[in-house]
Structures are given as structure tokens and as C-alpha cells.
Design a protein around this ligand. Sequence first.
Ligand SMILES: Nc1nc2c(c(=O)[nH]1)N[C@H]1C(S)=C(S)[C@@H](COP(=O)(O)O)O[C@H]1N2
Ligand SMILES: [Mo]
Length: 584
Amino acid sequence: MAAKNPAPTNPVVARARITGVTISDEGPHRSARAHHRPLGWLTGLLAAGTAVGVGELAGALAGTAGPIVVVGDAVVDVSPAPLKEFAISAFGVYDKVVLLGGILTTVAALAAVLGGFALAWPMVGYAGLGLFGGVGVLAAVARRTDEPLAVVPVLAGVAAGALALYLLLRQARPKAAGPASGQLSGGPPDRGEAAKPAGEQTAGASSPASPAQQPAPSGPSPGGPSAAAGPHRRGFLLTGVGVLAVAAGSGALGRHLSSGANVAASRAALRLPAAAEPLPALPGGVSLDVPGLPPFITPNRDFYRIDTALTLPRVSPRQWRLRVHGLVDRPLDLSYEDLLARPLIESDTTLTCVSNQIGGDLVGNTRWLGVRLADLLREAGVHADADQILSTSSDGWTCGTPTAVVMDGREALLAVAMAGEPLPIAHGFPVRMVVPGLYGFVSATKWVTDIKLTRFADERAYWARRGWAVRAPIKTMSRIDVPGPLENVPAGPTTVAGVAWAQRRGVAAVEVRVDGGEWREAVLADVPGIDTWRQWRWEFDAAPGRHTLEVRATDSTGHTQPEQRVEPIPDGATGWHSVQITAA
Ligand SMILES: Nc1nc2c(c(=O)[nH]1)N[C@H]1C(S)=C(S)[C@@H](COP(=O)(O)O)O[C@H]1N2
Ligand SMILES: [Mo]
């Protein structure tokens, strides 16, 4: 169109064509671009914000995730395992905040840039929205296989974003906006154009009946040529404010609706039945009185959290159901009430993450309350060839547990409470699995809603598909908690203390050595059973200077934790934990 335009020398018309495009860096062109670009950026941001906000609301209404979470889930799924490892180790429990923030920032940056171009070429803006939509639809289809509505928020968001883009561009684009549209962003007029009458400025760029022919309106705006810009600037401003209100309002409403305040409320109101087979009180000697040693029972608020959920699943106990199906004689379909009507049992079990590094803290111990999974499976009648229990959470994470392990007499639970409280939402409310002796990724499905009896040869769970082991019993491990790394201690009698675990076998001995000297046996605390960690302490006389402390545990099978360090992937780290201290 530019080639045919009869008025290429008119700076305003020229500006309409080149806005946001690098053609030349001199004269009115440059100032024109500098002038408009912020409007374009703003347009892009507002359109994208509308897409995200309306998508969020549509997600809440459709009972599924908003577009950002859908894309985030897909990013998590396609990220290579080492990257996820890195995210966990670098950002800890904030890895999800970092990821969602990263996606939002990326979307915002792209939207701003595309918005800059859309001022000159609206198609760029619509294409950008289409691209976001395409990515979102792909992500929804790939991840949320049993949620057909998952594409709805993406489509609704893109449609709303396109409408916002259209409305904003109508106001922001100089070509379509009428007289002195070059003044939209409110800056001073460029030289040359200011002296020209409004009608001439837009010649060839507006329709015959357009307001371009009308005289500049009078009003409260200051006199001079820029006064002509008033109504258009105002038009963009009004549209922008309207769009912003829709974007923010729908986003906030969507967040509110999906925040599950009601789930938190129903959790708070729950009164769980007492255990039919309660455990005796913990032995008095489970806790060694050493400052800095974690308590034997990890408080719920301090319990480590590991999962792939970008936003916590809010599963109402009223809506929760558990299907037990697959290779069974009698499939089961249980409500929360059905579950609670069964005998509840207690188990003291230390949960451990396979990603825990030597000396790491992805381990916690508590008293769980729940229903024996083996009883349920016997009721369903598991076929002899069903060697895998494939459990699925409400958000689609899967976990493969060996059937034989769950049936071998250990207290594998469908847990409903920990440390005397209904499960916290972050730890799987209303129901999760806990299997003593197995790392969490092959046993501890939170928000569990589906248990399918199947065969390892036929189906692979989430982490197994990503290079992690299929079978993963917890390895014998020990950790020094006191003194802390690089701590300065007074020379003389010093207490070294920590925890060790070897679930299903029990910790039989813990040894400590200083500066590569002889191994010395530590004193062990009491334990209620073989499935919990065990506190230990050892006293030594620290000579002034730097020292290296090392620890190793031996389990009741006589197996001593090996010195050789291996990485957590695929089935758990090994190696001795060591700590450097200075005595003075
Ligand atoms: N639904 C769901 N359950 C899950 C996971 C998950 O990603 N999603 N991660 C597992 C892993 S790897 C571990 S170590 C434990 C951690 O349980 P916690 O967060 O209660 O400590 O949960 C397991 N259960
Ligand atoms: Mo884990």
C-alpha cells in the first residue's frame, strides 16, 4: 500500500506506515517511531493480559487450569530431568513460582514486542495471539488427556485477546485514527507536521467521510496543534482502561474461583475417625536432646514438598472418588466416606525423595493415618500377572508401585492424615499413598484418584518415562545435622548428631570418624519400628583447627552405606555425608 500512496512525503502518513519498523534513523521517522512504540507495547501487553485473564476465568468456570498453568505443566513435562533437578536444587520450593513467573515474563515480553509491530501491521499481533493459542492448545491436548475442557480457557483467552487487540489498534493506529493521530502518545508534535492542517495530515490515509475532515475540536486541552490529539489519546486511554479492567477483573475472579478456599474450609472442618488399630505412644527416647537436631516427628509445615503440580490441586472430599480397576476381578469405586468407614490404621514412616542429595533435607518423618492398601486390593481381587500398581493423581501425575511390595505385609496406606491432622493440601489432601521403604516417586501419590492394576511391561509411570528407575527401594543413608557445615565450635568436648534411615530394614549402627581416622560408633536413639529415621549422637574432643567429620550407617541386614558417591538419578544417591568444622 505504501508504494501506491500518493502522499509519501507527508510525515504523518509515512509514520503510519513505518511505525515500529526500522527503516531509517533520522528526522521525523525516528521520532515517530520512538513516539508510537510505547503505544504498541502497551497494546500488546493489554491484549496478552486480556487473553491470560479471561483464560484464567474460563479455566475456573470450566473446572480446569488456566492457560499459563497448562503451558507451565507442559514445560515441566518436556523439560529434561537434569533441568528439573537443577530447578529443584537452585530454587527449592520456589521452583514453581520461578517457572510461572518466567512464562508470564516471556509472554509479556513477546506481547510487547509484537504489539510494537502490530501498530504498523495488525496481522503480526493476531498471528502472535494465534501462536500463543497454538502452543496452549498443544499443551492442553498433550498433558490433560482426560480433561477435554482443557482447551477451552486457551481458546476463550485468545478470542478475548484478539478482541482487545482489535479495539486497541483501532484507537492506536494513526492511519485509522483520524486527525493528528501522531499525537496519540501525547508528546510534542514533530517539526513540519505541526504547521499543517489536520485534513492534509491524513490525506490518503482515511476514508472520505472520516473525521479527518473535521476541524480540530476545541476543549480544555491546551491550544496549538497538539490539541487536536486530545480525543484520540482519550479514546486509546478509555479503551485501554476498559481492557485493563476486563483483564485484571477476570484474572482476579478466575484466581479467586479456583483458589479452592472452600476446599481449605472443608479440610479445616473435618473430624477424622480415630484409628481402629492405634499405635502405642512413641517411645520416650526417640528424640535426643541436641539443639539443631530436627524433631523426630516432622511438623507438617516443615515437611518437605516435592511434586510437579504448578498450582496445588484442590480436591474437595465431597467430590473425591477413588477407582480401583484394571487387572482385578471386582473394580472398586469409593467415596471419601466409604474410605473413612473402613478400619483406619497408623504407621510411623519416614518419607524420602529419590532426588535427595547426600546430606539433603528431602526427607521427613511422621505418623500417618489411613486405610491399608493391601486390604483394598484383596477386596478387588488382583490378577496374578498385575505386577504394577499404577496410581494417578487428580492432576494427572502417575506413579508405578510394585504390587508385591504393597502386599508383603508392610503398612502401605491410603493415608488421610499426618501428625494428627487431615493431610495438608500440599501433601495430598484428601487422600495420598504412603508405602514404607520406597522413594516417593514410586509410591507416594498425592491427591490420588485412580489406582489401576497393570503390568510394568505394559505401562510406564511419569518419572520412569523420564529416565528414573522403575523399582526404587530407599537406600541406607545417614546425615550430620550438628554441627552445621563450616561451623565454628569451641575446642574441647563437642557433640556431633544427626539422623539415619534404612526404611524396612532399620538402622542398626551409625559410625562417625574425624579427619579420616578410625570409625567410632555413635549412640542411637529409640525408634518405634524399622520404617522411621533414627537419631544418633557422638561426643568427641575437638582439638583446635579444621576437621572433617564423616558419617555412615549400617542397616539391620548388615549392609553398610557405601563410600562411593553416585547421583540421585536413577534410583537414589549413595556416599558418605561429610561436614567441615573449625574448632577454636
Ligand atoms: N500427585 C503427585 N504426587 C506425588 C508427586 C507428584 O509430583 N505428584 N511427587 C512424589 C515425590 S517425587 C515425592 S518425594 C513425594 C513427596 O511427598 P511430599 O511432598 O508430601 O513430601 O510425593 C510423591 N507424590
Ligand atoms: Mo521424590
